[in-house]
Design a protein around this ligand. Sequence first.
Ligand code: PLP
Length: 403
Amino acid sequence: MSWFSSVEQGPPIEVFALTKQYTEDNFPQKVNLGAGAYRTDEGKPWVLPVVRAAEKALANDETLNKEYLPVLGLDSFSSLSTNMLLGDDSPAIVEKRAFGVQTLSGSGALRVGAEFLAKKLGKTIFYCSTPNYENHKLVFLSAGFQEAKEYRYWDQEKRGLDIEGFLEDISNAPEGSIIILHACAHNPTGCDPTQEHWEQIAQVIKHKKLFPFFDSAYQGFASGDLDKDAWAVRFFVSQGLELFCAQSYSKNFCLYNERTGNLSVVMNNPSEIAAVKSQITLTIRGMYSNPPSHGARIVSYVLSNKELFDQWKGNIKTMSSRIIEMRKRLREELEQFGTPGTWNHITDQIGMFSYTGLNEAQSEHMVKKHHIYMLRSGRICMCGIILSNVEYVARAINETLTS
Ligand code: PLP
């Protein structure tokens, strides 16, 4: 007798399956362009120097202990995070109508926010972009949403934003729908709306009574500047919109496995905050009870120390500059090979990812023939490209497109 005989094999999660395949591959020139994780010039994972410094200081602090954190997490961490997102002078902060909740990284913030919206506000429909970050649908549907819809985002022809399609689709969304928006460095396309586009998007959202749920997984990574990368969220707040924003420290602090994130909540009526907080508390209590402390203490330590904060901004610059440099090099190599097509999108796109324009068959060819691991959608993580493999990657793309 088995309790589990009815369980069907689930589909693999592409990005983790690729990493496993890559790890098991013995080919010397293999390249992993799948997972969104930073790599140094030598192709190694990076523990940021500020993280090392904070960890040393925390390890020597004997006042710290292993008691439970509150359900909503470490207060200093969540308020510093919300301030970093909205800006210290944000009207929402000054008027005390914004707060943060520590979560299990960005995914956890999406899940907590989605579960609150589905179970406490009875929301059923959400919209994400086409193409979208592959986990948005799974998270929102698992949280209790009933219908996943998409708005047009990427124009394959012009390899850029389809703003007309985007605006038309959200204009047709039923009132009360949740619209998931990438705060910056859209995953997977690396293509963001301009400020003018954001103004148009905010106007439709306001007019059609939709609820914006931002996903900010790359603050600092798009432009190298924390404030610029929060522009869209801050603009929405300036328009009097209430919103949620899921923040992740996986990428900008390289704290991937510490699961460090924050859900920022911006409301218009401060007197409603206590009730909302109490319901989010119950949501989390029923999910995982309370969050871990290590990552949150590191971030809190760095964000509250001016010197370390400046050093961290330097670390982000190091990462974003290396990626920008690799974009230039990859484009140059492709153009030198005379690879068919135009390659300006490689340098036009921002953040960790590039949407190469390679189709599914071509992307699979890259994996099978060249041992270059990339998603079937043609998305590559620019972090996996380093000086010693950029020519190999360009040569492989060229061979794929000319064979
Ligand atoms: N949202 C987007 C758009 C992402 O790209 C990612 C990670 O790749 C996440 C959320 C969640 O990341 P984490 O749960 O590690 O914070």
